[in-house]
Design a protein around this ligand. Structure first.
Ligand SMILES: *[C@@H]1O[C@H](CO)[C@@H](O)[C@H](O)[C@H]1NC(C)=O
Ligand SMILES: *[C@@H]1O[C@H](CO)[C@@H](O)[C@H](O)[C@H]1NC(C)=O
Ligand SMILES: *[C@@H]1O[C@H](CO)[C@@H](O)[C@H](O)[C@H]1NC(C)=O
Ligand SMILES: *[C@@H]1O[C@H](CO)[C@@H](O)[C@H](O)[C@H]1NC(C)=O
Ligand SMILES: *[C@@H]1O[C@H](CO)[C@@H](O)[C@H](O)[C@H]1NC(C)=O
Length: 436
């Protein structure tokens, strides 16, 4: 009698605990987002599943973006949406102390009573507005680093509701922006805290039409066909914090959510480019200057004096080769027939971004420096950012394609591979065939 009582009690406990155990004990090794390049805007688009019923939505990938924001004004309907009530733990985690009451009688996601708010920003056009903080279920594919695995979900993923007009300038069909920036509520932070995975993520972008690049949340391997683990050949440089926000709007002083690195000089053909004003390369007390990485800037943007120094020096290194007419936004253009095509693009002088010391350099080869604008013409793919940009060097999408970049937020360092083309693979070579 006693033993059978114990048995049934144990059985009861097993029954009641197992669903909870099944949910919490599955720790995915890492997570995966697919990324495509939109050919008309040159922005990168990813897909996330959100809400109840789950709906797949296209979002612009924003490496330095503060959080996920979604257009809730048009077509967002979900039974699991919850507005973040003023003063709640969600609001304090997000640093959202502004309390708003939507004046409309009919509340909906993005228009709630007594809800804390943040400033969702369309970083492509530098426009920001006020938006409700809320949460909803988000689901995402897990991965072992080789193939996609099972789908996992975060029941109360924090995001900000935005009005439809904030989508201006984004690829058609996109519903918002997925921010991977340096904040407590960006995608990497939320996924790492929910699943207990290391606060590390990696991006590997491709320009290939119909090709798919990836974002990995979590540690390597980051496996690309045929047989390359891009996590095993990283060079490292410290990630720098810009203490002054680079956002278009904010309610209280905060650090920038952008990822900065310390470029100390630039070499072309192994020779240091002269006359680069070193003070532009560091971040000053007002948060101006320095070098950041961006997925919403199609081509690397250089402050005018740096731009002039680099393009003149590059042209000098190719002094025997005539230039051809400029193709805006590029100025320095050549006839492709004067260059050999190699595995890593046209054979032009390599451009090295020299980092914390002379031996740590990010090398930009032809595939990432030269943009082919027609069958016959290619141009140096850098653009002039004007005399007084907020940030002196913004490394853009074209220069990071087919390079894997790993952001290790725990160690505050960037791991980078330089071109994967050297290693006979590309960012479009993750094996998206599911093995489950
Ligand atoms: C999202 O983007 C993918 C890939 O570009 C496309 O196939 C799909 O139709 C888009 N979905 C929506 C809802 O726009
Ligand atoms: C270098 O840049 C700093 C910051 O913009 C500026 O104050 C200084 O005048 C520049 N120096 C030269 C020699 O151009
Ligand atoms: C590029 O060079 C080829 C071969 O010399 C020539 O036929 C072509 O007209 C050139 N194109 C331009 C745009 O200069
Ligand atoms: C350069 O920096 C790297 C990484 O921080 C370090 O391992 C290396 O010893 C440094 N080299 C020199 C010459 O200081
Ligand atoms: C991609 O992954 C699938 C599932 O594991 C596997 O069957 C297939 O062989 C892989 N493709 C290549 C080219 O390795």
């Amino acid at each position: 009698m006693t033993s059978s009582f114990h048995f049934s009690l144990l059985f009861f406990f097993l029954l009641s605990l197992s669903p909870a155990l099944a949910k919490t004990s599955f720790h995915p090794h890492a997570l995966l987002l697919p990324v495509q390049k939109d050919p008309s805007t040159l922005l990168y688009v990813t897909q996330l599943n959100q809400g109840t019923p789950l709906a797949s939505e296209n979002l612009t990938l924003d490496l330095g973006g503060q959080f996920l924001w979604v257009d809730c004004e048009k077509g967002y309907s979900s039974t699991s949406y919850r507005a973040a009530r003023c003063g709640s733990a969600k609001c304090s985690l997000a640093g959202a102390d502004t309390c708003v009451d939507c004046s409309s009688a009919a509340t909906r996601p993005g228009c709630s009573k007594h809800t804390c708010s943040l400033f969702p920003e369309n970083t492509v056009i530098s426009a920001a507005t006020i938006g409700d903080l809320g949460s909803d279920v988000v689901s995402i594919q897990s991965t072992d680093g080789f193939n996609p695995g099972g789908i996992v979900s975060v029941p109360r993923f924090l995001f900000v509701c935005a009005p439809t007009f904030l989508l201006k300038g984004l690829p058609s069909g996109v519903k918002g922006m997925a921010g991977l920036g340096r904040t407590k509520i960006s995608l990497p932070s939320k996924f790492s805290s929910h699943f207990g995975i290391n606060k590390i993520f990696a991006i590997c972008l491709t320009a290939a039409t119909r090709g798919t690049g990836v974002v990995f949340f979590g540690p390597g391997p980051y496996h690309f066909l045929l047989n390359t683990d891009a996590s095993t050949s990283l060079f490292y440089t410290p990630l720098l914090l810009n203490p002054i926000s680079t956002a278009a709007a904010y309610s209280k002083p905060t650090a920038s959510s952008d990822y900065f690195i310390g470029v100390t000089s630039i070499r072309i053909n192994q020779i240091t480019v002269p006359n680069i004003n070193a003070s532009l390369l560091s971040i000053d007390r007002e948060g101006n200057g320095g070098t950041k990485i961006s997925t919403i800037t199609p081509y690397t943007v250089l402050q005018t004096s740096i731009y002039n120094a680099v393009t003149e020096f590059f042209q000098n290194q190719l002094s025997g080769i005539p230039t051809v007419a400029a193709t805006p936004p590029f100025v320095l253009c050549y006839n492709v027939t004067n260059f050999l095509s190699t595995r890593v693009g046209y054979n032009v002088p390599p451009i090295d971004l020299v980092l914390q010391n002379e031996t740590v350099t990010w090398t930009i080869l032809g595939a990432n420096s030269m943009v082919q604008v027609s069958n016959e013409v290619m141009c140096l793919g850098f653009v002039d950012g004007g005399l007084n940009p907020r940030t002196s060097i913004v490394i853009g999408g074209y220069q990071i394609e087919d390079n894997l970049l790993q952001f290790d937020l725990g160690a505050s360092r960037l791991g980078f591979t330089s071109s994967l083309l050297f290693r006979q693979t590309t960012c479009a070579n993750f094996n998206f065939t599911s093995n489950t």
